[in-house]
Design a protein. Structure first.
Length: 225
């Protein structure tokens, strides 16, 4: 379980990081909103602890962007201000829970556990296109029952496609979602990754699931009903 802690106050960051590591969570840290978004473009996190007041981009903006990118990891907002308005704002932008500073570490932990438990049950629903199955809970991908080992980028690409069956995913959408917001595809890295993914998923099977949309991007087929 990897948790991203976004907080600009070094002491609080250290306090949360140490506490979580003692509970055997893997912790990554970002000290401002932009750094957080960059890390979220590169890594997968199981949960995000997000301070409201941050330099560069505040917690509300970051949360909005997280949900716009369809990152579904639960978000716990941290704030020094305990006003109803702030809570509503955060929750409206896609935060799952709220902790008011100063907080007892035990309370934060309990909320993390509750969200991760909920996540497990929600994420049980597998994605399927024809005989291709992706299980978000275990990150396992199979085609006709045969496991397909994928790199983390390939997995995220496939997850992105499978959540949008029949929809065209442009290179810009893919770049922003998988590689980060300010991504510039200077070395055809998207085409190369999709090509590798296709080799593993479709190979030379008669039913090719991932299609090229010329000059635009890619899509995974939508099954005829
Ligand atoms: Ca702060």
């Amino acid at each position: 379980m990897t948790i991203l802690v976004v907080e600009d106050e070094y002491k609080i960051t250290r306090f949360i990081q140490r506490g979580l590591e003692m509970e055997h969570y893997t912790v990554d840290v970002a000290y401002d909103g932009e750094e957080a978004l960059n890390k979220l473009g590169v890594n997968d996190y199981d949960l995000i602890i997000l301070d409201l007041m941050l330099p560069k981009k505040d917690g509300i903006e970051v949360c909005k962007e997280i949900r716009a990118r369809k990152i579904d990891a639960p978000v716990i907002m941290l704030t020094a201000r305990d006003t109803i308005e702030d809570r509503i704002k955060g929750l409206d932008q896609g935060a799952d829970d709220y902790v008011v500073k100063p907080f007892a570490f035990g309370e934060l932990l309990a909320r993390i556990r509750a969200l991760l438990r909920r996540e497990k049950t929600v994420k049980r629903s597998v994605l399927q296109v024809a005989d291709l199955v992706l299980d978000p809970a275990t990150h396992e991908v199979t085609r006709a029952g045969t496991p397909i080992p994928l790199t983390s980028k390939e997995y995220r690409l496939l997850d992105y496609f499978m959540r949008r069956p029949g929809q065209v995913c442009t290179r810009t959408m893919i770049g922003e979602h998988i590689w980060g917001y300010n991504f510039i595809d200077s070395s055809n890295v998207i085409d190369v990754s999709v090509s590798n993914l296709r080799k593993k998923v479709d190979g030379d099977l008669p039913l090719q699931l991932i299609k090229t949309v010329r000059n635009v991007g890619y899509k995974i087929i939508q099954e005829p009903r």
